[in-house]
Design a protein around this ligand. Sequence first.
Ligand code: UDP
Ligand code: MN
Length: 264
Amino acid sequence: SVTDQAFVTLATNDIYCQGALVLGQSLRRHRLTRKLVVLITPQVSSLLRVILSKVFDEVIEVNLIDSADYIHLAFLKRPELGLTLTKLHCWTLTHYSKCVFLDADTLVLSNVDELFDRGEFSAAPDPGWPDCFNSGVFVFQPSLHTHKLLLRHAMEHGSFDGADQGLLNSFFRNWSTADIHKHLPFIYNLSSNTMYTYSPAFKQFGSSAKVVHFLGSTKPWNYKYNPQSGSVLEQGSASSSQHQAVFLHLWWTIYQNNVLPLYK
Ligand code: UDP
Ligand code: MN
């Protein structure tokens, strides 16, 4: 295994930890050859820290208040960027030479080690605006220098969508034109809402999906699961397409079989 490379995710509360745990277990199901790292914030409970440490090699608390002075001061001026700046902490993992960041609402369907052949900054197009990348899956190289530049950029320019995706797209602004190798194929960040907006493409290419991203306001943990029948129930007005239902079902199966037993 390669010990100086890692898959990294982020969970700032116990709810997103459930997503991180399913993601971690989905990576472990497909011949994991890299380290698994989760960044957490102080709000995460001690129980969840124990559970996370059963799946992740490293559970790292990041806390803006404890950070270097320049981060702290800048943060006080732009508190709305709190969550965004938290994701940027992944650049401080300098004991790794290269990492793949995955949102806690992603699910890995097969081995994706080939992502480590890519360089910084590689990501897949965003389905809503394909000249921008989606920041739910990306390849990066930890560096305190880059981290500092990213924070400075955040303080000077903010983020056009208020989140990490807007910030990262304006920082890595030549992504869409500079180097085609930095465009990850869409199968590495297949957003669940694309499955019904371009259904023929999904029929053609969907079976080669490697990472599914449950992007948007309804996350897998917002559905109800019946362990007896194995069915995922819709709640409220959220309706899932048939394609999405397959992935939701897989998420819940991993949760049931590979996450819940960790609490025992
Ligand atoms: N996140 C978190 N706590 C939150 C919101 C977001 O830990 O309250 C992290 C988590 O890793 C999540 C990522 O930030 O996957 C991006 O947020 P989200 O996936 O909700 O955004 P979307 O992909 O739907 O735009
Ligand atoms: Mn996401």
